[in-house]
Design a protein around this ligand. Structure first.
Ligand SMILES: NC(=O)c1ccc[n+]([C@@H]2O[C@H](COP(=O)([O-])OP(=O)(O)OC[C@H]3O[C@@H](n4cnc5c(N)ncnc54)[C@H](O)[C@@H]3O)[C@@H](O)[C@H]2O)c1
Ligand SMILES: [Zn+2]
Length: 354
């Protein structure tokens, strides 16, 4: 199967996402017509490098690129400015110019960091996304959000920078550990819960042999939302369902506890329990959501005190002056935004009072 989706949005040119099994070994020749770059810097992490770096390097060399590469230590704790700096060092030491390209080969951490380094190095060079985790394939490689964490919180530093193209080879997820597959499912279940009830139902039935359909539907949904609202002034905010508390959990655990997908799963569950209690969500939605998440071994609860999570959440960059924008669902497939004053956040989350 081969599918192509074009994504427009923002002042930057539109780009194409190609989803095709086994495309990794021909990715260099697919990039060649898109750029006059002489050099390609392939950025990856310590888990992905031994699996796929050689295939991708060979493919770019065959397509007449001078290739250099850099692999940082895998994991969210590497998603910081120090790694951004090291990626730019790799660009500079290998004399990448404005017309050269970077290539992000890996999960969401590689994609966000490489995209951000590409956005600021020489005031912006092109970059290509080759997402290898399911989470990156269904979500993070699409939409042009790049960045890193700061000691104060998650994704607090970043830039909107569209890729030149995205190449998704779903074969790569065969080497992903089970728990990382579940991470990708969390974001895809989120896509279903906020906008695509048929995708949510697919998850309820079971998606084990339908991964490509899950990727395609999630990418199509995100592409549409991003096209309508590139800089997140409205509809794009809905993609943050589960993320306010999810990010707070990640931060509370110093990015070494639950993974991003797991934390988002807990965030979706807590917020939906509260909104159902508050009468803002159709009765039974929380039960349906948690049953679906648990079917894919995702957590739906946390031992972290809710007041601690609230404290972190109000320091989040999405928190406006004295209130916080929460994404809630009225039922599966339909999301909306509710502004909650800081001083009422805990009561809302813990007791469903609003
Ligand atoms: N930019 C966006 O719009 C956006 C959207 C959602 C999430 N994100 C970000 O994405 C990150 C999470 O992404 P992630 O879950 O991919 O994290 P990740 O990049 O850390 O990858 C998860 C783990 O899987 C490994 N891995 C990746 N591909 C593999 C493969 N094919 N085989 C074996 N192992 C492989 C990685 O080395 C890592 O250990 C978070 O930082 C989150 O904030 C960004
Ligand atoms: Zn996310």
């Amino acid at each position: 199967m081969s599918s192509k989706i074009t994504v427009a949005g923002g002042a930057q040119p539109a780009y194409e996402i190609t989803i095709e099994n086994g495309l990794l070994s021909s990715v260099g020749e697919r990039v060649r017509p898109l750029t006059r770059a002489k050099r390609a810097a392939i950025i990856t992490d310590s888990n992905v490098a031994p699996l796929y770096l050689k295939t991708v390097v060979d493919s770019f060399k065959k397509a007449d690129f001078e290739v250099c590469s850099f692999a940082f230590t895998a994991g969210e704790p590497s998603k910081n400015l120090e790694t951004v700096n090291r990626i730019m060092e790799c660009f500079a030491l290998n004399r990448l110019t404005r017309s050269d390209i970077a290539v992000a080969l890996g999960g969401g951490v590689v994609g966000d960091l490489t995209g951000f380094a590409s956005a600021i190095y020489l005031r912006g060079i092109d970059f290509v996304q080759i997402p290898t985790s399911l989470l990156a394939q269904v979500d993070s490689s699409v939409g042009g959000k790049t960045g890193c964490d700061l000691p104060f919180g998650k994704n607090l530093c970043g830039a909107f920078h569209n890729p030149l193209a995205v190449f998704i080879d779903s074969e790569t997820i065969k080497t992903l550990p089970e728990s990382r597959i579940a991470d990708g499912f969390a974001e895809a279940i989120k896509a279903g819960a906020i906008r695509l009830p048929e995708l949510f139902s697919l998850f309820e039935e079971g998606v084990d042999d339908k991964i490509e359909e899950v990727i395609l539907k999630s990418v199509q949904m995100k592409a549409t939302v991003v096209e309508n609202d590139f800089t997140e002034k409205g509809e794009r905010t809905l993609l943050n369902f589960g993320h306010t508390l999810g990010h707070a959990i990640e931060k509370y655990e110093n990015f070494c506890g639950l993974s991003h997908g797991e934390a988002v799963a807990v965030g979706m569950a807590i917020i939906t329990k509260a909104s159902e209690k508050a009468g803002l969500t159709k009765i039974g939605t929380y039960q349906r959501l948690t049953a679906c998440l648990e079917k894919y071994s995702l957590p739906t609860k946390t031992d972290i005190p809710l007041n601690e999570l609230c404290k972190i959440a109000i320091n989040d960059k999405k928190s406006t002056e004295r209130s916080i924008k929460l994404v809630l669902i009225s039922e599966i497939g339909s999301a909306f935004i509710r502004q909650i004053p800081w001083d009422r956040l805990y009561n809302f989350i813990a007791e469903g009072e609003c």
